[in-house]
Design a protein around this ligand. Structure first.
Ligand code: KG4
Ligand code: ZN
Length: 347
């Protein structure tokens, strides 16, 4: 019998729905929220209201694009956390209503688990070389920066994490200081491609173990630009490409240094990246180069599967379905949801 899941992602400011059948993604529909741009960051109340408006049309589109009917759906997977509670509640409530109405199973997915499994997304026309276990995942998003050992589809352990800002936050906060729109990551990326990455140097943190810190970089950028603008008020406009290239390279150096350390500590050379910052051109190129230089096998998801999407929730949901791990009507969303709590049930 076919296993057909509907998956919902609503943890932050993207409403997305996907259909997966027997492990193959048939559709992935996304509504991005532009309402936050003028506020320079995601406004939780507005995000949750937009999810309420978007969720039914986004699910309808996913079902139509997949060429299936609602009656074909075996189970519904949804993001339980981590994320904005008001946003998560919309996806979770929709999933509960759908499961009741259609008498189908529910699967709760941890958003970070899904970002890792984005590397396993396959469609009828696209099959990437799949990672083999165990692998290391550098998970870099707007809310998280972690190095994870994946031992199996549903067995993962965090071995390094940020002690303050995430890499995506570093991109976004520094972009704001530079005067770029929100979210700043893609804008920094675009300018960086035209700039000299050795033009300026910013402080790198000295943090023990495999942990990260990005809050010092933000301060370093702030003070550097403040001093330069005092001398030349047009400094930022005149040097924006070089500033962005230098900033981006510093973030990538920090990320890759710890990844090297993780490879040395674990002996694992199967390397995967995931999360919104994995869309960054500089990071993608650097991971590929490091892989060639150090004999790593590297896996980089398509750009559209690095930022938030329901296809990755569908893949995680599919493997939990195969393990018979189901949620129920009393499963509540979790704004904070550590992978260690999430995998405890299966380990
Ligand atoms: O994974 P994601 O879509 O949402 C979270 O789970 O947080 O990641 C969003 C983050 C934002 O910080 C955004 O600026 C960053 O990913 N991002 C990028 C790029 N595209 C998105 N950062 C650097 N370069 C990019 N091309
Ligand atoms: Zn995400």
């Amino acid at each position: 019998m076919d296993i057909t899941l509907l998956a919902i992602e609503s943890s932050c400011d993207d409403t997305s729905a996907a259909i997966i059948r027997n492990g193959i993604i048939l559709s992935n529909s996304i509504a991005n929220q532009t309402v936050h741009e003028e506020y320079g960051g995601v406004v939780p109340e507005l995000a949750s209201r937009s999810h309420q408006q978007n969720i039914v049309p986004v699910v309808d589109k996913a079902i139509k694009d997949a060429g299936i009917s609602k009656q074909d759906i075996t189970a519904i997977a949804y993001t339980r956390g981590p994320g904005l509670l008001g946003s998560l509640l919309v996806g979770a409530s929709f999933a509960k209503g759908f499961a009741l109405a259609h008498q189908c199973k529910m699967i709760e997915v941890n958003h970070l688990h899904a970002h890792v499994l984005a590397n396993f997304i396959q469609t009828p026309t696209y099959t990437p070389p799949l990672p083999t276990f165990p692998f290391l995942c550098l998970l870099v998003s707007g809310g998280h920066t972690q190095i994870i050992i994946a031992k199996d589809f549903t067995d993962m352990e965090i071995i390094g994490t940020t002690i303050d800002d995430a890499a995506g936050e570093a991109f976004d906060k520094c972009a704001k200081i530079i005067g770029l729109p929100y979210p700043g990551g893609p804008h920094v990326d675009a300018h960086a491609q035209k700039g000299n990455d050795a033009a300026f140097s910013f402080n790198k943190p000295k943090i023990a173990d495999l942990n990260y810190s990005f809050s010092g970089l933000k301060t370093s950028v702030l003070y550097f630009l403040r001093d330069q603008v005092k001398k030349n008020e047009h400094f930022i406009e005149e040097n924006i490409d070089d500033i962005c290239a230098s900033l981006q390279t510093t973030i990538i150096d920090i990320l890759v240094d710890k990844l090297h350390k993780a490879v040395t500590q674990t002996g694992i050379t199967e390397i995967v990246i995931g999360g919104g910052v994995a869309a960054n051109s500089g990071l993608r190129n650097r991971i590929t180069e490091e892989g060639k230089k150090h004999n790593w096998t590297t896996h980089i998801p398509k750009r559209k599967y690095t930022t938030d999407n329901a296809a990755m929730i569908a893949v995680a949901g599919y493997y939990k379905y195969l393990n018979h791990e189901f949620a129920n009507q009393s499963t509540t969303p979790r704004a904070r949801y550590a992978l260690s709590d999430y995998f405890k049930k299966t380990n």
